[in-house]
Write a protein that binds this ligand. Structure first.
Ligand code: C2O
Length: 555
């Protein structure tokens, strides 16, 4: 009796300590028009709280995040918390028409979710149309016990670096043009670092991001690629990095002087300020992986790292030597060299696979649709296993699943590419059982035709996945299997599949919901480069609760 009581006390104390440390982090995002002068052009853009980038959300592992989104813009929109697992809160994933109907103009919705088992850098963005070009921000997850919980020495300071893309145009008009011509959006007018293009654009006096640092300290750079359609190189003149995490998953420390990052990805990198006190440029430019020459943004975004105590008349003089735009070797080296950091208690790669899928995807030329009034000859179409994904119009997939509403989607997404030559438009999902282990070989189709091929950053909502292997050309199961890293693979939510090549990912479907998997180049998403995993409820308590009371519905 006495002994039992003695054992209960420490357990209760431990529970109290854990509960005491979990906080509620609450924000209100007013999404509305904002006047801005950028690149010597005055425009109105849509942002959260009149900020570009929008507000940073900072939470600790175990906290609850509550964000009230008030839509004062003229566009229906949803906001996605990119990389958040949304354990039993799939209603809050913010994937337009997949998990939610958009928030209508003048309406609002409160997103609420727990941050459990996740640490590192994630981000949030609008998930409707091209609005995410200006509606985005950082989502920083610290360990439960703060910076002492990092698996590396706590840095002296932390510097968020959010890379973006800017159009001198209303991005909804850019999206409409993309559809009418059938050719996708035009290239952006500038790249940005924390919302600013820097001092190497034709516009004199454009905004430049500057950060002050102390000498001989170590800083944690939390780098996010929020650009809409481009992979990027990032460097700081005179400085090198140690990568310690990607996509909010710790990595084995990886030394490099260049960061390569695709839309949707994040990289946490340590940088030591051991250079002579001066001002140094940071720079970002485009990695162009296309195999046929197509116009791309050749600009360079710059920012400045200013050492405290640098002489007063200092100017930033040295630009980092950027890789050539076409340097896919440097990119591949970065992407493929990373390995996960395995700590006690971390999930291991599941050995037994319940669903083994080959998902082949790419772009092709299709017929102009009747509403594509400026389409000449052909329109671009994208597909996964020959299905060109169509967003449902009347109900979100999650609501349709929950209500058992027929006719919104079909459960026939094929596990391997059917032999039909032409992509058909449909809304197919792949249904797996709760707890199943899913392995997907993501195969980019090779083209010799006019469209060529290019890298595609494939993002999965709701789960992290292990990246077991990656390669160029056609996936060969016999060759590849021996090359799988089942010990310490990198863990991500967005993987770059090389143009005409492949990547193998594996994840455990341990969360009921409808989970979008799509190319994070926004140019490809409306063309259909997407599919959805349907995961029904598991054994109690793994049940999807009813939708929140203010959940936007559209039927
Ligand atoms: Cu940043 Cu559907 O994703």
């Amino acid at each position: 009796m006495e002994r039992a009581a003695a054992m209960v006390v420490p357990l209760v104390l431990a529970l109290c300590a854990a509960m005491a440390s979990a906080a509620v982090v609450e924000h209100t995002f007013n999404v509305g028009g904002m006047n801005i002068s950028q690149l010597c052009t005055d425009s109105v853009i849509y942002t959260a709280n009149q900020q570009l980038p929008g507000p940073t959300i900072e939470a600790n592992e175990g906290d609850t995040v509550v964000v009230h989104v008030v839509n004062d813009s003229p566009y229906p929109l949803s906001v996605h918390w990119h990389g958040i697992f949304q354990l039993l809160s799939g209603w809050a994933d913010g994937a337009h028409m997949i998990t939610d109907c958009p928030i209508q103009p003048s309406a609002n919705f409160t997103y609420q979710f727990n941050v459990t088992g996740q640490e590192g850098t994630l981000w949030w963005h609008a998930h409707s149309s091209l609005l995410r070009a200006t509606i985005y921000g950082a989502l920083i997850l610290k360990p439960r016990n703060g910076t002492a919980g990092y698996p590396f020495q706590a840095p002296f300071g932390e510097i968020p670096i959010i890379l973006g893309e800017w159009w001198n145009k209303n991005v909804n008009d850019v999206e409409t043009d993309a559809h009418l011509t059938g050719l996708g959006p035009p290239i952006s007018d500038a790249l940005t670092i924390n919302g600013m293009p820097g001092d190497q654009t034709p516009c004199q006096g454009a905004g430049v991001y500057e950060v002050e640092v102390a000498s001989n300290e170590t800083y944690l750079l939390r780098i996010i690629n929020a650009a809409v359609n481009v992979e990027l190189f990032f460097k700081v003149a005179g400085h090198a990095f140690t990568v310690v995490a990607v996509d909010a998953s710790y990595t084995d420390p990886y030394a490099t002087d260049v960061i390569v990052i695709a839309p949707g990805q994040t990289v946490d990198a340590l940088m030591t300020t051991s250079a002579p006190p001066a001002w140094y440029y940071m720079a970002a430019n485009v990695l162009d992986s296309k195999t046929v020459p197509i116009r791309f943004n050749t600009g360079t975004a710059t920012g400045i790292v200013k050492y405290e105590g640098a002489p007063n008349d200092t100017v930033a003089s040295s630009m980092p030597a950027m890789p050539a735009h076409t340097d896919v070797v440097t990119a591949g080296t970065f992407y493929w060299s990373l390995a996960g950091l395995v700590r006690p208690g971390d999930p291991l790669v599941p050995a037994a696979v319940n669903h083994s899928m080959l998902v082949e995807f790419g772009m092709e030329q299709g017929p102009c649709a009747p509403d594509q009034t400026r389409c000449q000859g052909f329109a671009l179409v994208a597909s996964m296993n020959r299905y060109s994904f169509q967003f449902p119009r009347n109900a979100s997939l999650l609501k349709a699943m929950y209500d058992g509403l027929p006719g919104v989607y079909s459960e026939d997404f094929p596990s391997s590419p059917p032999p039909v030559p032409v992509a058909s438009k449909a809304t197919p999902v792949k249904k797996v059982m709760y707890g199943d282990v899913v392995e997907v070989v993501l195969q980019s189709r090779a083209y010799s035709g006019v469209l060529g091929t290019e890298n595609h950053p494939i993002h999965l909502h709701g789960f992290n996945f292990f990246v077991l292997a990656q390669g160029l050309g056609r996936f060969d199961p016999i060759m590849a299997e021996g090359a799988y890293n089942l010990v310490n693979p990198q863990v991500r939510n967005t993987v770059v599949v090389p143009g005409g090549g492949w990547a193998v990912i594996r994840f455990t479907a341990n969360n009921p919901g409808m989970w979008f998997m799509h190319c994070h180049l926004d140019a490809h998403l409306p063309l259909g480069l997407a599919m959805v995993f349907e995961v029904p409820d598991g054994p109690a308590p793994n049940l999807l609760p009813p939708p929140p009371v203010d959940y936007p519905i559209c039927y």
